[in-house]
Design a protein around this ligand. Structure first.
Ligand code: AMP
Length: 506
């Protein structure tokens, strides 16, 4: 087997000891050689804890450099890295751990007790890691040897599993291979002209494809460096622009930075590139950003299952409201949703993609995997869009009713099921309506039984602890009945239109 392990390509066999890969705002620094040594210690520990090639390492921790090194160490040891959103409750975690059957779970010390109970059911060991990079994991790794022979992997072997929720409410684990991650990062380095001179402001979470693979892998591949922020903070981001060259963000970053008085042509002068993705960037935001800073935001489009598919050009028109042409090596087409027949340019249909970036399938869901791919290997994204005369892709909406709030996905069905289970509730429909801060605000439309039912406050309170905070509706509105079409389907578009102005004033 020729070795295709992503780790060796990210860090290199003989990293330049002096080159800085990561720094934090409080002045901590990690060179590429430090990443090699620290990931070596952790990889030795993982092996000692019984992690074998192909084993899953599930990780639900706050963002820290040690967390990123744990990702590198897992891949290096031949394991499969499985990050989980820190907002998931124990109730939600039980599903992921039972489905993925990891051999090791790493969690925040505050959650260790609850997770231990779930982990023991699947015979997984538990280690802890806190927001400061401290815990049983790093304590044990401190005495381990830094040298570690990277475990050889084939290009088709799994490097990571990232869960994406399903419209039926069941989450699916997207299986990503060493080749998927390598090919996508390399084409982005090229498309966005990353070099070792670049300094990325890394303010994204690293349990998601955007912060973990796009931001981190691209920077490491380019031998560039990143300023690692524990979270997005407009003041800090603007302060860092003096030394940085690139910002990658979700649209919410841009809408939150725009009102900041310190955002000017002068304060962004050192920056060469602002990138946006994970949700639609409003054309208005794009224009306002150009006017304020003189920079045209470069918008790209991707998803957990595919990595990045399209990008506006580095040189050439960055069109507001469009996500640009397909990346090198990626094929994008638009088809008739029902027949799968390819449609001509400018026609609206289902966006489908094919390329080395496209995942291997859903973990332990061969049937689901089969139905999401066409016979000729194209993956059916679920996004509705069109391709224009210049090959730019435009995303017009989602086939499913996925809600994206603050860059995070919420599948209505999952929230509806929890609401419907409450005493006195007949049924509910959960939709996303425009929200000035979050892009979309999760909103529940609820039908109560005739003889009473919960108040708005009672509905929202009942969801706490059942659902991650970002999935909990901002409002529950009561109606006598839901609008339905002739086939009996709830017409969510009518609800979205009706409540479009709900969050107008924040
Ligand atoms: P995720 O798997 O969490 O990355 O979410 C992927 C989904 O986010 C895609 O299928 C799109 O619906 C949406 N998305 C990502 N980037 C964009 C973009 N630039 N414009 C519009 N929607 C986007």
């Amino acid at each position: 087997m020729t070795d295709a392990n992503l780790f060796d390509r990210l860090i290199g066999a003989n990293p330049d000891p002096s080159r800085i890969a990561i720094e934090t705002v409080d002045g901590m620094r990690w060179s590429f050689a430090d990443l090699a040594a620290e990931s070596g210690r952790l990889a030795n520990l993982l092996v000692k804890r019984g992690v074998k090639p192909g084993d899953r390492v599930a990780v639900q921790v706050e963002k820290s450099v040690e967390n990123l090194i744990l990702y590198l160490a897992t891949v290096r040891a031949g394991g499969v890295y499985l990050p989980l959103n820190t907002a998931y409750t124990l109730n939600e975690l039980a599903y992921f751990l039972e489905d993925a059957e990891p051999s090791l779970v790493v969690c925040d010390p505050s959650k260790a007790e609850g997770i231990q109970a779930i982990a023991s059911k699947v015979n997984a060991k538990v280690e802890t890691l806190d927001a400061k990079g401290k815990g049983s994991l790093t304590a044990a790794a401190a005495t381990a040897k830094p040298d570690f022979m990277t475990v050889a992997r084939g290009g088709e072997d799994l490097a990571a599993i990232l869960y994406t929720s399903g419209t039926t409410g069941r989450s699916k684990g997207a299986m990503l291979t060493h080749d998927n991650l390598t090919s996508n990062a390399l084409s982005l380095v090229d498309a966005w002209r990353f070099t070792e001179k670049d300094v990325l402001i890394h303010a994204l979470p690293i349990y998601h494809t955007h912060g973990l693979f796009v931001a981190s892998n691209v920077t490491l591949f380019a031998r560039a460096s990143m300023i690692f922020l524990s979270k997005f903070d407009p003041d800090v981001v603007i302060r860092m622009m003096d030394r940085a060259t690139v910002l990658m963000g979700v649209p919410t970053f841009y809408t939150r930075l725009l009102p900041h008085p310190a955002l000017t042509i002068e304060s962004t002068r050192h920056m060469r590139l602002f990138i946006s993705g994970s949700a639609p960037l409003l054309a208005d935001t794009h224009r306002a950003w150009s006017t304020r800073t003189g920079h045209a935001v470069l918008e790209r489009y991707g998803m957990t299952e595919t990595g990045m598919n399209t990008s506006n050009p580095y040189d050439g028109d960055r069109v507001p409201g469009a996500v640009g042409p397909a990346l090198r090596g990626v094929s994008v087409r638009v088809t008739d949703r029902e027949t799968g027949k390819e449609l001509p340019r400018e026609s609206v249909g289902m966006i489908e993609v094919k390329g080395p970036n496209v995942f291997k399938g859903y973990w332990r869901m061969p049937e689901k995997t089969r139905t999401e791919f066409r016979h000729d290997g194209f993956f059916i994204t679920g996004d509705i869009g069109k391709i224009d005369q210049r090959d730019y892709v435009h995303i017009l909406g989602r086939g499913t009713d996925l809600i994206i709030t603050g860059g995070l996905n919420v599948y209505p069905k999952e929230v509806e099921s929890e609401i419907d289970a409450l005493a006195g509730v007949v049924e509910s429909a959960v939709v996303g309506v425009p929200h000035p801060d979050f892009g979309e605000g999760v909103t529940a439309i609820v039908v109560r039984s005739r003889d009473g039912g919960p108040t708005e406050e009672q509905v929202l309170k009942a969801l706490e602890g059942r659902l991650a905070r970002f999935k909990i509706p901002k409002h529950a509105i009561f109606v006598d009945e839901l609008p339905r079409n002739a086939m009996g389907k709830v017409q969510k578009n009518i609800l979205r239109d009706k409540y479009a102005g709900l969050y107008k004033n924040g």
